[in-house]
Every structure is written in structure tokens, then in C-alpha cells.
Ligand binder design. Structure first.
Ligand code: ADE
Ligand code: ZN
Length: 350
């Protein structure tokens, strides 16, 4: 039996679109500085005349054996020394968007840490101009819509956070929300009551890391004192049944980061991650990559890893993807949200 096969150098759009690709998703917990890949760090260092204290990429990667959040943050901040120019920030964000697009990310809400740059003499304008130029081109270059979230470092003072918000004022048209990150324990959300109130008065949305290493009480503070609309991580809510009940009732999104939790030892192994129970409890969980260059995977790898380690089925994966778009700051573009949600519902898992 013979078949006539037409061979073309490029697969036709119809042929490629019938192959089940990755589930469409939004990434809501991604530190752009955490996408700095070892090769990129060496390339940026070379062109900026900086010598890294590692002989090569292998030696740098060998340092990615973290014991906890602080041991990661020490390296994360040190490596940022290579980020100096607007071009560096543009290329960093553009490379992330290219990679995320391949893994089915349709919408990305991206954190950045201005204080980690201004403290090294890099002006906030250099950071924001570079990042926002890449993000603005994200749709055309990579088919990804974006939002930018300015994070305050919680191990710095409340005054420094207020000064950072002031420095960001000329650029607020590029910024959707404020967040709170860095070393959690000993730096409760209430320390940042004033700056979050000021951000709200400027029309910014609010999120905060809470319950990654810190106790469930920090999640409660983030909600009640800061008035956040999403909790970043929120992993330790499972220790407090009344809090879980509240988060379910309020449909509060949690931006979980499973591979990060393993690398920073919040859980022993991925098989121990509480995600399946969280979904069964009705929590509005999402899956994200946090700092993918350091933790072994981008959004797609996080989805694949939880699917495999926790035996998640298609409906659980679809729920995670649906939640990501429901929790996105797309209130100014509901048509787009509806389009993304329709894509999730019609997705065929391979
Ligand atoms: N900054 C970058 N990644 C972080 C994380 N996982 N927790 C707190 N701050 C961070
Ligand atoms: Zn984070």
C-alpha cells in the first residue's frame, strides 16, 4: 500500500497545532533576577568587565546546593553584580519570555527587586527601562502578555521601601503591583504597613511572599495588615486549618513554587509536597517557577514535575492552569482573560 505524502520544509500550522503542546498557563511568581542562567552571568560579566569568583559555569552551578532560603539569597544577590546596563535587563527579560513561551506561558507577571540594584549604584530607571522595554515587546516577539511587579526587600528597612516607592514614581505607568520578598523570618508583613498603604493610594495592586519559611501568622498579617490580593507561596497555611478554611472561602490565590520548595528544603522531596491535598481542600493553588535558573526548572518543568511526582491527573492540571488565569491581574483586559481560559478548557493533554 502506498501513500502520497507531501513533504514541506516547515510543518504546516494545522499539523503543528494538532500536536498536544504544553497546557496554556500564566506565570504569577517569577523573579526576573532568578532567571539569570550561568552562561548569561558569564557573558554579562565579560562585557561589563566583572570577574566572577567562579572559574566556569560548572563551578558556578556546583554552588547551587542550597540549605534554606538565606543560603540561596546570598548567591542570588551576589550574582546580580553582573547586571549593570539597560541592555542587561532587557536581554534578561527577553530571554525569560522566549523560554516561557516555549513552555506554554501566555501571560507572565514578573517580580523585580529594585533595591538589590540601586544599592549597587544602578539607577532604578535603568532597571525599569530595560525590563519594561522587553515586556512591552513580549506580545509581538513571544506571544506573551505581561505585568511588572515591584518587590520590596523585607530584610531592608521600611524607610528604604518607602524611598524605593518614591524613586519608582516616574515609572508607575509600567508597574501593576507591589510585592514583598527576601528573607522572611523576623520580617513580618506588618513592618511594611505604611508602604503598602502608600502603594494602594497610588493605584497599585498588592501581593506578598508569606508562609514560605515564615509561620501561618505571616499569611494572616499579609491579608489583614497589607490587604494583599494574592499570597506568594503560602505553603505553610496547611499548618492552620482555620486559615485554610478562610483562604478557600475568600478564593485567595496562592502562587506555589514546587521545585523551589524542594531546593530550599521547605519540603523533603517533591513527593512530599502538599499540593494535591491543597487542591482537594479547594485552595486556589497555582504552580510557578520562582527562580528557575537556580531551582532546576521553568513553569513547564514545574508542571511536569508535579504531574509526575504527585500523580496529578488532567483535571488537576487543568485546574492549576485555569487558576493561574483567574488569579492574574487582567481586570483591565477581561476579554484576554476569557480567551486564555477558553484555551485552557479546550486543551488536549498529550
Ligand atoms: N527572592 C527571590 N526568590 C525568593 C524566594 N523564593 N523567597 C523570598 N525572596 C525571594
Ligand atoms: Zn519568590
Amino acid at each position: 500500500m502506498s501513500h502520497t505524502v507531501s513533504v514541506s520544509p516547515h510543518p504546516s500550522p494545522t499539523a503543528s497545532s494538532t500536536a498536544p503542546g504544553p497546557v496554556p498557563k500564566a506565570e504569577l511568581h517569577l523573579h526576573i533576577e532568578g532567571t539569570l542562567e550561568p552562561a548569561q552571568a558569564f557573558a554579562f560579566a565579560a562585557r561589563n568587565g566583572i570577574t566572577l569568583p567562579y572559574a566556569d559555569e560548572a563551578e558556578l552551578t556546583a554552588a547551587y546546593a542550597f540549605e534554606d532560603l538565606q543560603s540561596f539569597l546570598d548567591l542570588y544577590y551576589a550574582l546580580m553584580a553582573v547586571l549593570r546596563t539597560e541592555r542587561d535587563f532587557f536581554e534578561l527579560a527577553d530571554a525569560y519570555l522566549a523560554r516561557a513561551a516555549e513552555q506554554g506561558v501566555r501571560h507572565a507577571e514578573i517580580f523585580f527587586d529594585p533595591q538589590a540594584h540601586t544599592c549597587r549604584g544602578v539607577p532604578i530607571g535603568t532597571v525599569i527601562e530595560g525590563l519594561s522595554r522587553a515586556l512591552a515587546a513580549g506580545e509581538e516577539r513571544h506571544g506573551i502578555s505581561t505585568r511588572l511587579i515591584l518587590c520590596f526587600l523585607r530584610d531592608q528597612s521600611a524607610e528604604s521601601a518607602l524611598q524605593t516607592l518614591e524613586e519608582a514614581r516616574p515609572y508607575l505607568d509600567r508597574i501593576t503591583a507591589v510585592g514583598l520578598d527576601s528573607a522572611e523570618v523576623g520580617h513580618p508583613p506588618s513592618k511594611f504597613r505604611e508602604v503598602f498603604a502608600a502603594a494602594e493610594a497610588l493605584g497599585l495592586r498588592k501581593v506578598a511572599h508569606a508562609g514560605e519559611e515564615g509561620p501561618p501568622a505571616y499569611i494572616v498579617e499579609a491579608l489583614d495588615v497589607l490587604g494583599v490580593e494574592r499570597i506568594d507561596h503560602g505553603l505553610r497555611c496547611v499548618e492552620d486549618p482555620a486559615l485554610v478554611e478562610r483562604l478557600v472561602r475568600e478564593r485567595m490565590p496562592l502562587t506555589l513554587c514546587p521545585l523551589s520548595n524542594v531546593r530550599l528544603r521547605a519540603v523533603d522531596t517533591l513527593a512530599d509536597h502538599p499540593l494535591p491535598g491543597m487542591l482537594r481542600a479547594g485552595l486556589m493553588a497555582t504552580v510557578n517557577s520562582d527562580d528557575p535558573a537556580y531551582f532546576g526548572g521553568y513553569a513547564g518543568e514545574n508542571f511536569d514535575a508535579v504531574r509526575d511526582a504527585l500523580a496529578l491527573g488532567e483535571e488537576e492540571l487543568r485546574t492549576l492552569a485555569r487558576n493561574s488565569f483567574l488569579a492574574a491581574f487582567l481586570d483591565d483586559d477581561e476579554e484576554r482573560r476569557a480567551r486564555y481560559l477558553a484555551e485552557v478548557e479546550s486543551h488536549t493533554f498529550g
